[in-house]
Design a protein. Structure first.
Length: 333
């Protein structure tokens, strides 16, 4: 990146919402500031942390466009505070327990310059453990693809920390729904993609940290009901195949924690039902493990004549990937 390019690079506004995340916060901040990207507007919206978060923020305060530490009404409220201050061509949020990978902002800027009219830009990333060590790629196989039907009726396959939004599209969509705590990103991606197609970025942009205390891991059945409401809002169906997969994932884990009530044989039955439910997502452009097929590709449900061979193959594939799917579901907010 040379100085002669400074005038063409889009400005990127990044907001980090944080509350008592001092354990991870500095790695998050450094991953933004070490990008060596010339047009960054970085803000931290802290919810009034009582740990070492404010001391860490003070260390980097001279490199921040704005920061505040005060009580808020939750993550959506905190993020909307930042979004309304943002002046970038692109805006993004990076939770305090996630981090960007090297050259992420440059890769997104290049995508924006190729197509400045996309509603948002999203890439691949890493799933990492609590220490930040690599576990697996988020999108397996052939890379990143988008399918709106799959997003609405199947799983939320968008890796949130690897997503950057065109600011004017965000303003048109109306920011985050502050009534949502778990499905805020799912709802936003669906609303944004109704305005204009998003652009998949074939690059590794961010790392999503997965651990027991992560919000998506703790939500349990409260999270499920919020996901169901968002799914119904956009699909018109009170229950979609994707929602059922979220439900079965949660029930499977719950049953494993209460084996006095739900014996191992019952969990096996759940897995069989889960596999059958996941195959229903094919009708909406998603493979049984939740990975979407691109919108521009034709993807018809299997015909009666072809079903025995194709479905048997997909069933075996799903069973091999069942615990990979559990990991993907656990990573989704």
């Amino acid at each position: 990146m040379t100085s002669s390019n400074l005038q063409v690079w889009p400005r990127i506004s990044i907001i980090t919402p944080s509350y008592n995340q001092a354990k991870y916060l500095e790695q998050c901040i450094r991953s933004v500031l070490d990008q060596n990207y010339p047009q960054v507007e970085y803000m931290i919206i802290d919810g009034g942390s009582s740990d070492e978060s404010q001391a860490i923020i003070h260390t980097y305060a001279d490199r921040l466009a704005f920061w505040v530490s005060e009580p808020d009404r939750g993550q959506s409220d905190a993020l909307n505070k930042g979004f309304r201050r943002a002046s970038g061509d692109l805006v993004a949020w990076l939770n305090a327990d996630d981090f960007y990978l090297p050259n992420a902002l440059e890769r997104v800027a290049e995508a924006y310059l190729r197509d400045p009219h996309a509603s948002f830009y999203f890439g691949n990333g890493w799933r990492v453990d609590e220490k930040g060590d690599y576990k697996s790629d988020y999108f397996p196989g052939d890379g990143v693809a988008f399918n709106r039907k799959a997003l609405i009726h199947a799983l939320n396959f968008i890796l949130q920390p690897a997503t950057f939004i065109r600011r004017t599209a965000l303003e048109q969509a109306g920011y985050l729904d502050e009534q949502l705590h778990y499905a805020l990103d799912t709802d936003l991606w669906i609303r944004l993609s109704a305005l204009a197609d998003p652009l998949p970025v074939q690059a590794f942009l961010a790392a999503s940290r997965e651990y027991a205390q992560a919000k998506s891991s703790k939500g349990s059945f409260e999270r499920l009901e919020e996901l169901r409401r968002v799914s119904e809002k956009h699909s018109g169906l009170p229950v979609t195949p994707g929602y059922l997969c979220y439900f079965l994932d949660t029930l499977h884990r719950f049953a494993g924690q209460h084996q006095d009530i739900y014996p191992p044989a019952y969990r096996k039955d759940l897995e069989t039902f889960w596999a059958a439910t996941a195959r229903l997502m094919e009708a909406y452009g998603a493979l049984p493990d939740g990975v979407p097929v691109a919108d521009q590709q034709t993807f018809d449900p299997p015909t009666r004549a072809s079903a025995p061979v194709k479905r048997a193959s997909l069933f075996k594939k799903f069973l091999r990937k069942l615990y990979h799917l559990i990991g993907r579901l656990a990573a989704l907010d």
